[in-house]
Write a protein that binds this ligand. Structure first.
Ligand SMILES: Cc1cc2nc3c(=O)[nH]c(=O)nc-3n(C[C@H](O)[C@H](O)[C@H](O)COP(=O)(O)OP(=O)(O)OC[C@H]3O[C@@H](n4cnc5c(N)ncnc54)[C@H](O)[C@@H]3O)c2cc1C
Length: 498
């Protein structure tokens, strides 16, 4: 294969092109196609932990140049406001952190003694996480960066950014890596009648057909390959994930420094994201159109913020994904392969994980990939989507019932893969082994600490489960954990009510 074409120049398309360049030498051409009419998405996005790992580690991009060129800022996790009762003082955090694997608090038989000790005393585990004081003090970018660097991995970070600026910046960096670009509106994928393989792309107003040996479909919601050309089956999640509209807009920074977490403010029929970049905050109300009209959504935003906004065009989506993303000589990534909703910033994280798995598969097969390997690839990718869906289901498993939306959320059918875990967590807290079902040798975006943080925040993981954990630990470990509890209490005396 000599001609790789990436259909789409959004964040997914550019990262895919970087992965192809990483895999193949100069004898192979990689061309990114962008439409002159359909722009890339950029509404205020956030990464998860694999974003810096991909950007700096895998693709060797200079962080300073990236921050300077895109206005991206540091992100330490997520802040949830009003999810249990709608009030502004109802706050919990999901901060980036891994399960402690070393020292006195290390995991023993799946139990994280420090987390269980805090939870057994009704204290949010975020109080023990190194980054919380920086978030609460609204630390500057410089302070956060040096703290992250000095923390020896204790303060994992990602970035807040605008995907539109990221794709524009990656385009310049990609062109310097001999990735070619073509601006044109694709009107047809030319396919072999027998195999169904795509061997060319036709463009509006152009005579020639662009040759293609392998196509990455990164055409966003246009979904040109899997949906339009191939009519592949879509796996809908709309029974349990009911948000389907988003109204994006910008506001000026309300704080001295960019906030260090993505704020997720619960609303009457969904939630509002607030994601800072250097110059401003990207926001959006993501809601259920079955419960709210666009005008009502707009009015609710303005009431909540206390001022008028200038909304960007409303985005429409349906939660779900294509179970088979790699079909013949085509693989879809990013929005072209699926989307659930913006909560927990999973979209770009999923895309980057898929690209790593693709790169490993191609490299280990020396480019000769049997169909059984492609089927396994698709299956592992599907399990990743299951994990994301179930993690998001946990967020909506809340106690509030004050609007029709929140009442309907409470009565929606939940996947048994989630309800089974929830049942187990009534007796003991989340354990790493619980999430093997989503991993299957592939990435796991959110480890037990993340599920614990959110599960505790929404009340799905009860205090009694953590108390039961303590009863299973050796006495000496419990003593260490008690000392840890005392130190957390002293350190957080002022903020312990959260
Ligand atoms: C409301 C909302 C909030 C989000 N928040 C987050 C978040 O916080 N974190 C996160 O990780 N992700 C988030 N996402 C998802 C994230 O924005 C995308 O996953 C990411 O930007 C990648 O998009 P993409 O490259 O797949 O598609 P796009 O950015 O839409 O790019 C599509 C590309 O395809 C091209 N194209 C389309 N049709 C044609 C054609 N006919 N011919 C040629 N080219 C064509 C376009 O020109 C464009 O270059 C959010 C998405 C939405 C909708």
């Amino acid at each position: 294969m000599k001609n790789f074409v990436v259909l789409g120049g959004g964040t997914a398309g550019w990262f895919a092109a970087f992965e192809l360049r990483r895999l193949f030498g100069a004898g192979v051409s990689v061309t990114v196609v962008e439409s002159p009419r359909v722009g890339a998405i950029g509404v205020g996005e956030g990464g998860i932990l694999n974003f810096p790992a991909a950007l700096v580690g895998r693709y060797g991009i200079d962080l300073d140049a990236f921050l300077e060129g895109t206005g991206a800022v540091f992100k330490l996790g997520f802040e949830y406001i009003g999810w249990n009762n709608g009030r502004d003082d109802d706050v919990f955090y999901h901060l980036f952190h891994s399960l402690p694997t070393e020292g006195d608090g290390r995991v023993i038989d799946g139990i994280a003694p420090y987390w269980s000790m805090l939870a057994a005393h009704g204290i949010g585990i975020h109080h023990a996480i190194y980054s919380l004081p920086f978030v609460l003090a609204n630390a500057s970018q410089r302070e956060v960066r040096s703290a992250c660097e000095a923390s020896g991995g204790l303060m994992p970070w990602s970035l807040h950014f605008d995907a539109h600026r990221v794709s524009a910046w990656l385009k310049l960096a990609g062109m310097a890596r001999q990735i070619e670009t073509h601006v044109g509106n694709v009107v047809e994928l030319v396919r072999d009648a027998e195999s169904g393989h795509v061997h060319g792309l036709r463009f509006e107003g152009e005579e020639r057909t662009m040759p293609c040996d392998f196509l990455i479909d990164a055409s966003g919601f246009a979904r040109i390959a899997l949906q339009k050309a191939m009519g592949m089956q879509f796996r809908s999640f709309t029974d349990c994930m009911i948000l389907d509209r988003a109204i994006p807009f910008y506001i000026p920074h309300p704080r001295a420094n960019p906030h260090l977490v993505t704020s997720a403010l619960a609303m009457n029929a969904g939630w509002m994201w607030q994601i800072p970049v250097r110059e401003r905050v990207g926001c959006g109300y993501v809601y259920s159109s079955a419960h709210l009209s666009e005008d009502e959504a707009l009015a609710e935003i303005e009431t909540r913020l206390g001022h008028e906004i200038e909304p960007m065009p409303t985005l429409r989506f349906h939660a779900g994904h294509f179970p088979e993303v790699w079909v013949g000589n085509v693989m879809a990534v990013g929005l072209a392969s699926g989307f659930i909703e913006p909560l927990e910033a999973t979209s770009i994280g999923q895309m980057l994980g898929q690209l790593v798995m693709f790169g490993e598969t191609v490299a280990q097969s020396q480019g000769v990939v049997p169909q059984s390997t492609i089927s396994t690839f698709n299956h592992r990718n599907l399990l990743d989507w299951d994990g994301i869906r179930d993690f998001l289901c946990l967020h909506y498993d809340v106690r509030r019932r004050d609007t029709p939306f929140w009442r309907d959320v409470a009565s929606r059918p939940l996947p048994t893969s989630y309800t089974d875990l929830k049942a187990a967590w009534q007796l003991r807290t989340p354990r790493p082994v619980d999430f093997n079902a989503y991993r299957a040798g592939h990435v796991l975006h959110f480890d037990a600490t993340s599920w614990f943080s959110v599960g505790q925040g929404v009340g799905v993981v009860p205090q009694a489960a953590a108390q039961a954990d303590l009863g299973m630990l050796p006495r000496e470990v419990v003593r260490f954990a008690e000392a840890f509890l005392d130190s957390v209490r002293i350190r957080n005396a002022a903020t312990m009510h959260m």
